[in-house]
Design a protein around this ligand. Sequence first.
Ligand code: FCB
Length: 460
Amino acid sequence: MTNVSDRIAKLAARLPKDFVVGTATSSWQIEGNLAGRGSSIWEDFAKAGHIKDGSTGEPACDHVNRVDEDLELLKWLGFDSYRFSFSWPRIMRTGEGALNPEGIDFYDRLIDGLLERGIKPAATVYHWDLPSTFGDKGGWTWEPIADKFADYAAVLATKFADRVDSWATLNEPWVSSFLGYATDIHAPGANDQAKGFEAAYRLLLGHGRGIEALRANGAKNTGLVLNLTTMIAEDEGTKDAAWLMDGLQNRLFLDPVAGRGIPADVVEATRHITDWSFVKESELAEIATPVDWLGINYYTPNRIESPSETDKGFIVGQNTDVYPGMPPVNFVPREPRTNMGWEIDASSMTTTLQQTSERLPGVPLYVTENGGAFKDDQLTDGFVNDQDRMDYYLNHINAALDARDGGVDLRGYYAWSMFDNLEWAEGWKMTFGIVHVNQQTMERTPKASARMFKQLLEQR
Ligand code: FCB
């Protein structure tokens, strides 16, 4: 195998000058400073004991108090852009009404700090930390929530549209609905399959209305971030299941945004779970408001095979209920896998990008998240030599550029994540960062993979 420096040089040589290279985080996973904002459903979920290592969201990476240091680190690494999310209850403590001046100040500092350092701010309006006040009313299954979200998006645009480079309404609505409502893997943990579908619909509606509200208040370059992937049937018997899984995770979100409505096969396959009576034609038109770009978060393919006589199905590496309506199948991720158990397969990312560009023609794409958790939460001699992460990134960035060379209008790539951080219900156990964060002292130490990005960006 050629050494890493050679691989970096080769990648730098094929990296287009105008291709955006960035890194991503989200508010709940890094900010801390919970006293400075209202409560979110993730603190409620944490209090109810759902986070594996007992993490609470405080101090997370203590980013609110260390924002200047973190900005300096971003600049030193040389990224073109930084993708972050606004915390809804930090903007308005109860999600509506009076603004929280402390919260507005914090994002002013962050955005201005990025611009001063020549880094493009890429903002996500909602990355899962819903205000508890709305969570208590039913969250994304509460009918008024789409309008509350649009009002919040309008506030953000009024305050920050003059300085933010790109806007995403939502991060991964599939995860919000099927991990948060159909099951109890994520907050709020409703564990009700029918609610999963209603939440997905209200998230989509929030997205459509959110785009309108952002634009009406001066925001440019507005889009949506979906977690899309390739569904691989390992045998004839799972072909239909793979198509339905593609429907439940990819097409359920892409088709309405592309103006094709809710996929008929998904409606058919889930009639025993929901009657879909919440869908309204006029609202589908709002959901289909054209986007300026689409972000894809890609980590792993979904590989399935038929269960044998003795299997119950769904046994390897996947939770059973996140695809309501699916027949029993076995998830069979191949080696190598990350610490999350996710199969590493860069070529499936190329496939996902190609497929998405066909399904949403004319819309520029970005990889808005990609990365891996590896067993590297400890420093060795003051350093983290994360060879497996470097390998992951080199292969995946090349796979992204393969899609681009093959005609996909791919404009950029964001590494997940800038920091080791709170990996939701997994807590601190799963580390995705290119920068190590000491959980006691909060000291930041760039890993080998961070230096790899620095080298890549210098050589480009
Ligand atoms: C994505 C989330 C992100 C992070 C990565 C590992 O689903 O958007 O916050 O947790 O997975």
